[in-house]
Design a protein around this ligand. Structure first.
Ligand code: HEC
Length: 123
């Protein structure tokens, strides 16, 4: 009884520490290598998922809920990049802040800014 309990505990400990945490980071980041500062931010891996989560509920094609334009593809987002970064950088609740439901996490806003700094790459 005691031995089997010990084996169970060892297996449980293994299952906790056996998995590398890196894979979860890769998933959250969505890009090639989150630890590598040389990897440039691009639309397909980094920006499109943000827009899809937070913006296309209104900025769809065609736009709904009074949104003035669609943000569903690279060319639309690329063209509106400056407007996008200024609206998402506004404080929550201030007039024109996007998305209207509340400010995105700062790290997400930084990622969009980094995409612009990196030259607005498509992929
Ligand atoms: C709930 C609907 C809704 C969501 C979600 C939403 N928007 Fe908007 N957006 C609007 C509406 C309505 C307007 C027009 C009123 C205004 O300019 O504030 C607008 C305007 C804008 C404008 C300015 C348009 C112009 O004329 O220059 C930008 C840029 C923008 N949105 C970007 C975004 C981004 C980026 C997201 C996601 C982070 C987002 N929006 C999410 C409804 C939405």
């Amino acid at each position: 009884m005691k031995v089997s309990r010990l084996i169970f505990l060892s297996l449980f400990a293994l299952s906790l520490f056996g998995c590398s945490y890196d894979s979860e980071n890769d998933f959250l980041d969505g890009s090639d290598d989150p630890g590598d500062p040389d990897v440039l931010v691009n639309y397909t891996d980094d920006v499109q998922p943000i827009i899809q989560n937070a913006c296309i509920g209104c900025h769809a094609s065609p736009p709904v809920n009074g949104a003035p334009f669609a943000l569903v593809n690279f060319s639309q987002v690329n063209q509106r990049a400056n407007g996008i970064i200024s609206r998402i950088s506004l404080q929550s609740g201030s007039a024109g802040a996007m998305p209207p439901s509340g400010r995105l996490p700062q790290a997400t806003i930084d990622k969009v800014q980094q995409w612009i700094n990196d030259g607005k790459l498509e992929n």
